[in-house]
Structures are given as structure tokens and as C-alpha cells.
Design a protein around this ligand. Sequence first.
Ligand code: SAH
Ligand code: SF4
Ligand code: F3S
Length: 460
Amino acid sequence: METKMIRFEKNEKAAEMIAEFYGCRPKVFVHSFGCQQNVNDGEKIKGVLIDAGFASAECPEQADLIVFNTCAVREHAEQRVFGNIGALKKLKETNPRLMIAVSGCMAQEEAVVEKFKNHYPFVDIVFGINKIDLLPEILCERIRSQRRVLDTPAERTEVIEDIPQERGSRFRAWLSIMYGCDNFCSYCIVPYVRGRERSRASADILKEFRELVDAGYKDITLLGQNVNSYGKGLTEAINFPQLLRMLDAVPGDYCIRFMTSHPKDATHELIDTIAESRHISHHLHLPVQSGSNRILKLMNRRYDVESYLALIDYAKTRIPDMTFSSDIIVGFPGETEEDFLKTEELCRRVEYMQLFTFIYSKRSGTAAAEMPDPTPRKEKSDRIGRLLAIQEEVVAKLGKEMIGRTVRALVEGDGRKKDSLTARLDNNMTVEFMQNAPVGEFAEIRITGVRGAILTGELA
Ligand code: SAH
Ligand code: SF4
Ligand code: F3S
């Protein structure tokens, strides 16, 4: 096996053992589920393993190590993971040296780890998402001991810097600025699996951000479960708008996005910062979850519809081309038809560019799991359908308004039609066009039409 420079100090010993054990260069396949933060963790899992001597596998069939980086946010997400992992048993029969590792938010749930222990004997490693930096060592322990290494969930509050990342794109990047969540929305498992909120030092974020800009990244999304509370607990005095201004001052041709903004902590200062910036997207993901104050209270969201709409109005006045997207939970325990009508009304009023809708899923251990939930499933899925119909109308209207405008968009790759390309607008809409343009660069595009949620256009 060729010798290579190890970038990450902790990998040095492990790399030697991995090389010796496998003989030739082993391959790793990482499959991430869930939110962007998990996708970014998956890039670190891959990065740290490649640094320790692995090559990247194109598919699970080629791999010597498969890592499932899991999501626990809804029951459906967990079932998918169990199904996917179950299917790997066959692969192990054809490749006896294949190892299977599980990480991510499910690995932070004790009951889930027990299930892997007792019912999934072919899972070799379960490791906490807060231990990515130790993964090559954990793998070595598995090799050395010849026994499964199933880590019980534990909180580790340190913020580990400089973990190598193997990014999935060369022009769009995820940059985690904080970890964990302190909000305890009553339906949500994230604070239990991701632990308490920790912010990274601004100097470390700035360093990573500069590296991305220097490497030609054009679209950089700052990630955290609630970016608006960035800075809490740091020794330096800094808040999220100040961090944004620091990053925005870095020279270059790029766009900054961020998610997620919790409405209770989104301020006029944030909107002013976007308005005055050179690089920050005029699109804000501001999940409202429900349009009913009664439900928002039960959800422990700590804002009301009036303050939410006041912020949206302020943003629309300050930044006329501002657009929004949102998450909505339909069928929260006790949601009545009347509550739901308020959500419909809010969605019509705000006119979201994108709406991510979820049927409430009971997560054990959360406060909402104890609340009575008499609404039948069928009623909940009907409500989702009604919301999607409204959203279709809204998007058609917003799409029509775009016709005739010339916009800057980042060319992303092939479109659905032969010889077409797609590009993403600042407002997250996708435009398809038939000319040639360099992928990963911005292009000026004139919008000529709209089909469903997709715009059509031509280079300006
Ligand atoms: N921190 C972010 C995102 C958290 S998870 C935020 O606060 O917005 C992403 C989305 O999943 C949430 O916005 C919510 O709409 C949805 N979600 C979380 N828990 C859920 C549950 N138990 N059932 C259904 N949807 C849920
Ligand atoms: Fe979950 Fe609420 Fe935290 Fe978002 S802010 S991760 S919804 S607890
Ligand atoms: Fe899922 Fe964990 Fe993200 S539960 S949504 S992967 S924080």
C-alpha cells in the first residue's frame, strides 16, 4: 500500500494498523440520512477514513466498510435505516471482510443501540456522532479485539476542529458553525440525540470559510439547529449577525446561506445584516411549524404568529426581493381543523417559495409524546394534501412573477431534458436552460417560462 501524508494527527497510529490489516487500500462507502448537518458529518466521516488510508467506494457492493450515518427525527426515517441495514446482511455473505458501522442520531438513542446489539449481529460498530475524530481508532479496536464495538450513547461536549472533510460537491459546501440544540421543542428528538448547544470559535469558522472561498466554492451554507443563537457560551463576545458580517467581508464571488433560523431568535439586526451584505442570500428558511398560537404554545416554540408575521413584513420591506421557506408539522397532538385552517391562512399570507411538510411523528422521551393525539391518520394526510395544493398555487404564482426577469444563478449540472442544464437561483428555485455554461459558476439567466416548480430560461 502506498504511503501517504496523514493530515489528522489522531489518525497516524490507526492508519498503520488499517494498512496492515487490509493489505491493499480498503474502500469505504458512507450513506448519510437526515438534515444537512448530518450530511456534513458524513463528509467528515468519509474525510477522516480517507485520511486513515481508505479510498472512496462508488457503491456499497464495492466497499470494505459501510457507514450508515442515521437520522432519528421521524419514525419513518428510522424504519428506513433499519430496512437499509437489514439489506446489508447479504453483502456480508459475499464479502466476509466487509464491516458495517452505524453512526448519526440513531446511534445516540439507547433503545436503538440495544436493538442493534440484540437483533443485528452483522453490525460491527456503533459510534456516537460526537466521536467522528476517533472513528479510525474505533475501527482498529474492532480489528484488534475481533469483537463488535457498540458504543453506548454519551455526551461529549468538546468541539473538535480540523477533522478532514471529503466534500460531496466542488462548488456547494456545508459549514457547521455550531452543534446541538437547547430549544426542546416538544415534538423534537434532536436536543436528546445531539446534546447541548456548542458554538465553534469564530476564528475557526473564518479559517474554514476562507479555505472554501479560496478553493472556488460558490454557495456556502452555514449550519446549526438554531444559527440565531450562535455565540452563546463562547468566551468571545459575538452573535450571529456579527459572525455573518465577518464572513461577508471575505473578498470573492460567492453566496452565503444559513439554516436553521429559529423565529424566536431571528432579529431585525439579522435582517439588516442581510440587507447590507454583499454575499448573503435574500432567501430565509424560517420554519414556522404551525399557524395556530395554541399549537405553537404546545410545541414550546416561544413565538406567536403575530411576531412571526411582523418579522416577515419587516424583511419584505427592508429587502423587497426577499423570499422565504418553512417547515410545517401537520397533525401535532390535539391539532383541530380550526388550528389547521390558521396554518393554511398563514401559508397563503407569507407565500413561501418552498414548504417542507411533515406529518407529526411521535418520538418517545419528548414532551409531546405524552399529549393526547385523537386525530386519525387519514385526517392528517388529508391536511397535508390540502397544504400541498395551496403551496402549488403559491409556487405557480411566484414562478409567473419571475418571467421576464434576469437573475444570477449557480449552474449545477444536467437538467431533465437532453442537453439542458439546471441552475439554482438565490431564492432556491431551479431554472432549466438549453445553452452551454460552466458548471459550478454563476450565470446571468433571463427567465422565459415556468413548468410546475421549475423555471425555464436562457443565458442573458
Ligand atoms: N432545528 C431546525 C430543524 C429541526 S428538524 C428547526 O428548528 O427548524 C427539521 C424539521 O423536522 C423540523 O423543522 C420539523 O418541522 C420536523 N420535525 C421535527 N420533529 C418532528 C416530529 N416529531 N414529527 C414530525 N416532524 C418533525
Ligand atoms: Fe428540534 Fe426545536 Fe431544536 Fe429545531 S429548534 S432542532 S425543532 S428542538
Ligand atoms: Fe435527523 Fe439528527 Fe438531523 S435527527 S434531522 S439527522 S439532527
